[in-house]
Design a protein around this ligand. Structure first.
Ligand code: ADP
Length: 302
């Protein structure tokens, strides 16, 4: 029973021999339209693992908004998660060249218009969840309101401050589980004025600011985590050939949230999370690459 308060972004990407120059039209070698955004990724990731998922995401009254409806249907997510608002749907466009270099532009669109009032409107559904999950592709007020409502109702909260902004002290105080990747962890440390260079000390200091669990993901180097009063836990990454690492963090977070919500211990939940991350990096795209329980369990068995 997870409630995702998040973003919807249609990612369009073209692979090209080299990045186009101003005024130039190139023939692309492949083209992918991937319904995503960190919110949708989390919701799909958790649903595919068998969790009951609800949430709130926003899309515009345009064709990409219709795609959001189709994506929810295909992922077996409730249609009531989607709020259609005036204007354009969030979308991104990127080019990836033969060397893996890319250039990307993202327009937040409807995501920027998801506000505290919309969250209050969904509060009856939000407080029924076991955990509310949010990332930073939507407005600060919406997340602050969602976490306040969750706190008041005794619902756990998970924050993934990505793309990175320093979480406000009040938001951090309302956060139970903080999941950051390595660059975000370093930005947190610097932003909070913490001197410690080593991650273990940094995690310890973040635990003093509100969260009872801090997880730092480090790509192919795995993840580190610590609960209040517990020891540092290191989770290695599963050895896979990485094709496209986009979405690894979202898959990891979905895997972690589902296993923790099932009541599994931290160490086992981290292992499940790492398996989900590994499943996504070995395939292109995110929506179709997020693993179901059988794929996750097959990875766990490797
Ligand atoms: P983000 O996508 O947010 O930057 P990371 O790159 O840290 O997050 O990846 C999240 C998790 O996904 C890692 O902790 C790891 O378990 C898994 N992962 C990421 N990249 C790889 C990889 N190349 N091989 C295996 N697992 C990976």
């Amino acid at each position: 029973d997870l409630f995702v308060l998040g973003s919807f972004v249609v990612a369009c990407s073209a692979t090209v021999a080299r990045l186009p120059r101003a005024g130039e039209t190139l023939r692309a070698d492949s083209f992918l339209v991937d319904p995503g955004g960190k919110g949708l990724n989390l919701a799909v990731g958790a649903r595919r693992l068998g969790a009951r998922v609800d949430g709130l995401i926003a899309a515009g009254l345009d064709l990409f908004g219709d795609l959001a409806e189709a994506a929810l249907r295909r992922a077996d997510l409730p249609a009531g998660m989607l709020r259609r608002v005036e204007g354009a749907t969030g979308a991104g466009i990127g080019f990836i060249d033969a060397a893996g270099e890319n250039c990307i532009a993202v327009y937040p669109g409807a995501n920027a218009r998801l506000d505290a009032a919309a969250v209050r409107h969904a509060s009856a559904r939000l407080v029924r969840a076991r955990c509310v999950l949010a990332q930073f592709e939507i407005g600060d007020e919406a997340i602050a309101e969602g976490f306040r409502l969750a706190r008041r109702a005794g619902v756990a909260t998970l924050l993934n401050p990505s793309p990175f902004r320093l979480p406000a002290p009040a938001l951090l105080a309302d956060t139970d589980i903080l999941v950051v990747n390595a660059p975000e962890a370093e930005a947190c440390r610097a932003g909070l004025g913490l001197p410690e260079a080593d991650p273990a000390a940094m995690i310890a200091r973040l635990l003093d600011r509100g969260p009872r669990l801090v997880v730092v993901t480090m790509g192919a180097d795995g993840a580190l985590a610590r609960e209040t009063g517990g020891a540092l836990v290191a989770q290695p990454a599963f050895p896979v050939t990485a094709v496209d690492t986009i979405g690894a963090g979202d898959a990891f977070t979905a895997g972690l949230a589902v296993s923790l919500a099932e009541g599994l211990p931290l160490a086992e939940s981290l292992r499940h999370a790492a398996a989900c991350g590994a499943c996504v990096v070995r395939r292109a795209g995110v929506f179709d690459a997020l693993p179901d329980r059988a794929e996750r369990d097959a990875m766990l068995a490797t």
